[in-house]
Design a protein. Structure first.
Length: 70
């Protein structure tokens, strides 16, 4: 009789989804945070290389664009 009660308690514990939902939210939040870090890192590198390119163009004197002799 005791073994049957233990099996029923284990089944009830595994069927409970409240704890699982918290874990799912934690994993989802971690994935969103990792994606944001990755996106901002890539964005930062892109902005940095664009600024470096602009600075090089200004230093080399290529800053003035030829508009086609209007």
């Amino acid at each position: 009789m005791k073994m049957k009660e233990l099996v029923n308690e284990v089944k009830a514990f595994l069927a409970e989804e409240k704890g699982l939902t918290i874990v799912e939210y934690a994993i989802g939040g971690a994935l969103v945070a990792a994606g944001a870090v990755l996106a901002f890192t890539n964005l930062g590198e892109s902005v940095c290389s664009t600024i470096d390119g602009l600075a090089s163009a200004v230093q080399s004197g290529a800053g003035g664009a030829d508009c086609g002799d209007a």
